[in-house]
Design a protein around this ligand. Structure first.
Ligand SMILES: *[C@@H]1O[C@H](CO)[C@@H](O)[C@H](O)[C@H]1NC(C)=O
Ligand SMILES: *[C@@H]1O[C@H](CO)[C@@H](O)[C@H](O)[C@H]1NC(C)=O
Ligand SMILES: *[C@@H]1O[C@H](CO)[C@@H](O)[C@H](O)[C@H]1NC(C)=O
Ligand SMILES: *[C@@H]1O[C@H](CO)[C@@H](O)[C@H](O)[C@H]1NC(C)=O
Length: 640
């Protein structure tokens, strides 16, 4: 189209369009003739048969006049000229064309003008790196933000929004020394996030009215030419167009959410109540393809603790859990769950009130489904599940409903989660002693607990010991159940004999002491596990200083030997009766942690037995008599 004319028009005259920006003030009587001559330039320009000289004069005279009509026609000419010829566009920019044309996107001008100007901007953003860079350096980002802040439900303004969105996308796609972070900050400074998030909701709400209802075809120089262009560019129908815009907005939001992880300035801007609420509202409405990306953005936002409150206040937990349920069979369900579980993990970590909220929103069965698979999502689901046990009454109620205790018991088999699972069980037991103890006393349950003790490996075992100690301290019935397990004693003997870490030995001995104390018939214990190189042999070794000479270990081992062999009781104590007044020994015993532990037993035991006076077997009896037995057994207290 008329390239000869294009080149002959002369850049200088076009660039002086700048005076048009002021043209509104001109009331020159010449404007009518100027307008018609510009119009003829425009139409002749298309045909390519315009004499060079008159073209230049025509444009020039139009510049000084500047009525609306003239401005519009000139902008169209500019667009025509620069559309086909990149080097022409670049030259036009270099001599100062960008700020001039950009000015016509302002709300002061009629929408046809703004549309032409925004078409020019579209060209700047998509034609070459150079034009885009020049556009940005002319403070183009601000113009993009202003254009985005239009009502995309109006047919005349929707293209402005679309051009702005495409422009923002191009800026982020630009390969340049300027990082995405910098562009995010620049956009934040221009106030992009509010109009951007608003546009997302508008686009979704207006799909039917605007884009489906009012499609028109017009000739190229008609007022809606821009609309046509823009539709052809997307090459899709109304719904697809809306989808395209949505996707663009979401991709931009994703960039911001990514950057916000490391940039607190950007994070602050994204993390406003208004923006976050809009994003989550969008999550409720989006279809799967877009939703996946949006969930990813929300996940990024949840990475920093400073946004968790605002996310929570925007109902994030409830919305995410609902999506988890609704999209369970969607094509993208794996990826969605991935984002959602990580987000929930970030939200719920270390915060009971959020754990409670998640439980009430119905997250427990969703987590349990993952827990039973081999999915890598377990690493997010299981910690949340394990935390639930200590997150308050309503959480526990829901755990009961979903058989949470059995789940924890199954988790005891998992080397990576057995410690957390046992912690959960303990915490639950402490909060609801009677009911949980009853459950734990079921044969399968107690077997799971014992198996965990017997089969767990090195590091895990050491971490578990503290918890088992607590368990034996809290529940005498469970402790009694331990004392019936040969495997338990074998494991204790084995670990006592091999592990040289004093703290491990001490914990083992303390547990052993509780278990032996709890056994209704200690004589049998000796018969079964005591003889030869078995438990008793190991204990005797330790009592003679085999435990690296640690005093506590030696003393504790002696105490247990006494429990196991009541008949031999006087032997170790016999000599001490005489030395009762010897202070060092006495002090050593008083300082030993074993006394403290025993007090703990009595207290813990009586909590349980107090609540369940009718509880079976001899457990409660043993607990209540234990302190007495112990007092009698201690020779240095003078009971002999
Ligand atoms: C593009 O415009 C330049 C002037 O800026 C001119 O020299 C060149 O011939 C034009 N190219 C075409 C293909 O018209
Ligand atoms: C859009 O139209 C479809 C049917 O064409 C309808 O199901 C949907 O509810 C409409 N959406 C809105 C926001 O009006
Ligand atoms: C969260 O943000 C704070 C301050 O904005 C920052 O100091 C901290 O390192 C961030 N934490 C993470 C995990 O990124
Ligand atoms: C947990 O979340 C609540 C809001 O539900 C908040 O007020 C509280 O500060 C959070 N606690 C911690 C430890 O982050």
């Amino acid at each position: 189209m008329g390239m000869g004319v294009v080149s002959s028009l002369g850049l200088g005259s076009l660039a002086s369009l700048g005076s048009l920006g002021l043209g509104g003030r001109s009331t020159s009587g010449a404007s009518a003739t100027s307008a018609s001559s510009v119009a003829s330039v425009a139409s002749l320009g298309i045909t390519g048969s315009l004499p060079l000289h008159s073209t230049v004069t025509g444009v020039s005279s139009g510049l000084s006049a500047g009525s609306r009509e003239i401005v519009l026609q000139l902008l169209r000419i500019v667009n025509l000229l620069v559309t086909e010829n990149v080097s022409f566009l670049e030259s036009f920019c270099l001599i100062g064309g960008i700020p001039v044309v950009m000015g016509f996107t302002s709300k002061r001008f009629p929408s046809e003008c703004r549309l032409e100007a925004s078409n020019f901007i579209r060209l700047l953003c998509h034609t070459s790196v150079l034009t885009l860079q020049m556009f940005i350096s002319c403070r183009g980002l601000k113009v993009l933000v202003d254009l985005l802040d239009e009502d995309c439900s109006s047919a005349s303004q929707a293209p402005l929004v679309a051009h702005a969105l495409n422009g923002v996308s191009s800026v982020f796609d630009l390969q340049s020394p300027t990082t995405k972070n910098d562009f995010c900050r620049m956009f934040v400074r221009e106030g992009l996030l509010e109009p951007l998030s608003g546009a997302l909701l508008n686009v979704m709400a207006n799909v039917n009215t605007t884009f489906d209802g009012k499609r028109k075809t017009h000739d190229s120089l008609d007022g809606l030419r821009g609309v046509e262009d823009w539709r052809e560019e997307e090459n899709v129908d109304g719904a697809g167009l809306e989808g395209g815009m949505k996707m663009k907005i979401i991709r931009i939001l994703l960039v911001f959410s990514q950057v916000s992880q490391s940039d607190s300035y950007v994070r602050h801007a994204v993390g406003t109540r208004k923006v976050i609420r809009r994003l989550l509202r969008a999550c409720e409405l989006l279809e799967p393809e877009c939703l996946v990306l949006m969930l990813k953005a929300v996940k990024h936002l949840s990475m920093n603790i400073s946004l968790l409150d605002v996310l929570q206040n925007a109902n994030t937990i409830e919305i995410l859990v609902r999506i988890l349920e609704e999209q369970a069979s969607s094509l993208h369900s794996t990826e969605m769950s991935n984002h959602i579980f990580q987000t929930c993990f970030n939200l719920c970590r270390l915060n009971k009130s959020r754990q409670e909220e998640a439980a009430q929103a119905g997250i427990i069965p969703c987590l349990q489904r993952v827990a039973e698979t081999q999915s890598p999502l377990k690493q997010f689901a299981l910690p949340i599940l394990c935390d639930m046990a200590s997150a308050g009454k309503s959480c526990r109620m829901l755990l009961w409903q979903h058989d949470g205790l059995s789940m924890y018991l199954r988790l005891l088999e998992d080397p990576y989660f057995q410690v957390s699972a046992l912690e959960s069980i303990l915490s639950w037991l402490q909060d609801e002693p009677a009911r949980v103890e009853d459950e734990l006393m079921r044969p399968t349950a107690i077997r799971s607990v014992l198996d965990c003790f017997v089969t767990s490996k090195a590091n895990s075992f050491e971490n578990l010991l503290e918890l088992f100690l607590k368990l034996t301290r809290i529940s005498s019935r469970i402790t009694t159940a331990f004392s019936r397990s040969a495997a338990f004693f074998r494991k204790v003997a084995d670990r006592l004999g091999h592990n040289t870490k004093p703290v491990v030995r001490l914990n083992l001995l303390r547990i052993l002491k509780f278990v032996c104390d709890a056994h209704p018939n200690r004589g049998i214990l000796v018969e079964r596990y005591g003889s030869g190189g078995g438990l008793l042999g190991v204990l005797e070794g330790l009592s003679r200083g085999g435990g690296d000479g640690v005093v506590l270990i030696r003393e504790l081992a002696k105490e247990i030997i006494q429990v196991l062999r009541p008949g031999l009781k006087p032997l170790p104590g016999g000599s001490r009766v005489g030395s009762r007044g010897v202070t060092p020994k006495r002090m050593r015993r008083t300082a030993s942690e074993t006394s403290a532990v025993t007090v703990g037993v009595a207290a813990g035991g009586s909590v349980l037995t107090g609540k369940k006076p009718s509880s079976s077997t001899g457990a409660s009896k043993i607990i209540s008599t234990r302190p007495k037995t112990r007092l009698k057994d201690i020779p240095w207290q003078g009971t002999q």
